[in-house]
Design a protein around this ligand. Structure first.
Ligand SMILES: Nc1ncnc2c1ncn2[C@@H]1O[C@H](COP(=O)(O)OP(=O)(O)OP(=O)(O)O)[C@@H](O)[C@H]1O
Ligand SMILES: [Mg+2]
Length: 148
């Protein structure tokens, strides 16, 4: 796993900007992004930015209760998942996870995806957000290209 970007954000707007940049610089149909970080650190803000960077006009809201939101676009489908409420890997399977992952035109972003590390086989991006002070967050982006 190699680190490909290291950013600092001082506001939710800035976190969205970084999400936008992440999408524009790196993401292509077929990609998977795991978004990790403590409760309320700004994962959903980052995903809102990713969606904007992908050209999605609809408002992106946290799928904490519905578990997945799907945005069909010309050439790709954006899937926004949130595993916060899930406790077992079987629940992820029930959610239809395989189907999203196997969509070659899917761009899949999973909040709290790091809860089930064995579920994911590379390649994937891992974004880690960390509290620094007040509204400041450290954001690290990793890319895992193959197993091992
Ligand atoms: N630099 C920052 N980046 C992102 N959010 C920030 C920042 N500073 C303050 N905030 C605030 O932190 C909160 C982040 O909420 P958000 O829903 O994005 O977090 P989350 O990590 O998705 O939470 P959850 O763990 O519940 O899914 C918002 O209220 C936002 O205004
Ligand atoms: Mg969230």
């Amino acid at each position: 796993m190699k680190i490909i970007a290291r950013w600092q954000s001082k506001s939710e707007e800035e976190t969205r900007k970084w999400g936008e940049k992440l999408a524009k610089d790196f993401l292509r149909p077929g990609d998977l992004v795991i978004v990790a970080g403590e409760l309320g650190v700004g994962k959903t803000q980052l995903v809102k930015g990713i969606a904007k960077g992908l050209g999605i006009k609809e408002e992106v809201k946290s799928p904490s209760f519905s578990l997945v939101h799907e945005y069909r676009k010309e050439g790709f489908t954006f899937y926004h998942l949130d595993f916060y409420r899930l406790e077992k890997e079987e629940e992820v399977v029930d959610l239809g996870w395989e189907e999203y992952r196997e969509d070659e035109k899917g761009i899949v972003v999973v909040e709290w995806g790091d809860k089930f590390p064995f579920l994911f086989s590379p390649p994937f991006f891992l974004v880690h957000l960390r509290y620094r002070e007040e509204d400041t967050r450290d954001i690290e982006v990793y890319y895992d290209s193959c197993s091992g």
